[in-house]
Design a protein around this ligand. Structure first.
Ligand code: SAM
Length: 458
């Protein structure tokens, strides 16, 4: 969308605030930078980058981040995207994972997670260890969140469809780290989101600020003493950004603004735009005219105090009836070359089998879309392997593998759900592209038949 179609009030206030930087800012905001964040769950970052067929440059503040140096690259349709080698993400949004810095083994909550750009980043940085709760209040958006976590090979996440209020009422003080990537006026997305342009007004900015204050109120309750809370938006509006953090600090004496690391391209807050306290310089903004990406606001908050000693541990129980557990073990033994997951097995009401990181008592009654890593389903006395199991495996984890080169036409055939002649032994086969997982196929009667899920097929 051309800058001439952008709201005049937005342009005029940014022009006043940014003065001689304003022209560069508006020009850069109209540019479409495409970022790719590599997935360390798929291997060493250098080796992954070496396989990409496009010219890329590093994102200065994110070791996993790259941005494209050529136009019209079909990054979304490439088989490496399907195989979760990378996630398409705005470079400035990649800083969330860097600033929150989740560690393997921590309990982490992404309160506004769909479609999953930041949640998949947090998951990869946690190396699939600990607990990741990816929550999204909008039911329609939870499916794409679940699909993205699955595509990126995440195994320690649960997907919830809850309000922040209901989570805070159940899980007060439970998390080491909470991310609020807040619904906002989206000024950073003007070049690609015509709805954000159409909906923008000074009144909607105020409305978003009000909504964000409510979400942050609940988020505060979810952080354990000693934990951290990262607030982010993709807007420059200070009534949201600095204004929301100023109100939060006024209302929460048990939180302080944590200093942000000196990342290249990260500049301080602008409290003078709204008459806020000088301490608000300690928040951070990425600007589109000083680095790749559309811009982002961040504030890192630290909850004072020590975590209590009686926090729950990751769940290692098993809630599978004995008969199904035996069937599950037998089927997975035939397919895998490694031990089948056993800790945290859980059977839901649809006879789907998950590896869940949380004791089911902790989330009973909450709306959950994926109670963990969906590994299999029980149907008519048989175990069907799930796509999410395949997407978290390595080539060496299975007994039967069909590795296709990226240029092989069979890759397309597999992704269309088709079959081809193949005389190997019968059974489940993991199909990979250059060693990266694409999904299951089943061999029998001289054919290898794709089991790529119908809803994902091309
Ligand atoms: N973190 C996501 C990512 O990186 O892919 C993007 C999140 S988007 C900026 C904000 C999300 O907040 C939207 O998915 C929206 O549905 C959700 N949302 C809207 N109203 C909300 C509310 N009152 N409480 C919590 N989340 C809300």
């Amino acid at each position: 969308m051309p800058t001439t179609a952008w709201p005049p009030d937005f342009i005029s206030r940014m022009t006043i605030w940014l003065a001689d930087e304003a022209e560069a800012f508006l020009d850069a905001l109209a540019r479409r930078d495409v970022g790719l964040r590599l997935n360390p769950l798929r291997g060493d970052l250098e080796a992954l980058q070496a396989r990409l067929p496009w010219r890329v440059a590093p994102v200065p503040w994110c070791p996993e981040g790259l941005w494209l140096q050529e136009d019209e690259a079909a990054v979304g349709a490439h088989p490496y995207h399907t195989a979760g080698v990378y996630y398409i993400q705005d470079p400035s949004a990649m800083a969330a994972g860097v600033l929150l810095d989740p560690q393997p083994g921590e309990w982490v909550l992404d309160l506004a997670a769909a479609p999953g750009g930041k949640a998949t980043h947090l998951a990869a940085r946690m190396a699939n260890q600990g607990v990741l709760i990816a929550n999204e209040v909008n039911r329609r958006r939870t499916s794409v969140l679940a699909m993205n976590l699955e595509r990126m090979g995440v195994t320690h996440a649960m997907v919830f469809n809850e309000t922040p209020e209901r989570l805070a009422a159940r899980w007060g003080g439970l998390f080491d780290a909470v991310l609020v990537d807040a619904p906002c006026s989206g000024e950073g997305t003007f070049c690609r989101d015509s709805a954000a342009v159409r909906d923008w007004s000074l009144a909607t900015v105020q409305g978003n600020a009000h909504r964000q204050r409510g979400i942050m109120e609940q988020a505060a309750a979810l952080v354990r003493p000693g934990g951290r809370l990262l607030y982010g938006t993709c807007t420059f509006a200070p009534e949201e950004d600095e204004g929301v953090i100023a109100a939060f600090l006024d209302a929460h004496a048990d939180f302080e603004l944590a200093p942000l690391p000196a990342l290249p391209g990260l500049s301080g807050g602008r409290p003078e735009w709204i008459g806020a306290a000088e301490t608000l310089r300690g928040v951070g903004r990425f600007w589109p005219h000083t680095g790749p990406g559309h811009g982002h606001f961040y504030a890192l908050l630290h909850r004072l105090g020590q975590p209590p000693d009686d926090l729950p541990e990751r769940w290692t129980g098993t809630a599978l009836p004995g008969r199904i557990l035996q069937l599950y073990r037998r089927t997975l033994r035939e397919v895998l070359a490694v031990e089948a997951p056993e800790e945290g097995l859980y059977l839901d009401g649809n006879d789907d089998i998950y590896v869940t990181p949380l004791d089911p008592k902790l989330w009973a009654g909450l709306h959950v879309l994926r109670p963990g890593w969906w590994v299999a389903s029980q149907r008519h006395g048989k175990i069907n392997l799930n796509h999410a199991l395949a997407m978290a495996l390595h080539s060496t984890d299975v007994q039967q593998l069909c590795d296709l080169a990226v240029a092989d036409p069979l890759v397309e055939q597999f992704l269309r759900g088709s079959f081809w002649e193949d005389d190997g032994s019968a059974g489940f086969v993991l199909v990979t592209v250059d060693g990266f997982p694409l999904g299951w196929a089943k061999r029998g009667e001289g054919r290898l038949r794709s089991r790529y899920p119908v809803h994902l097929r091309r």
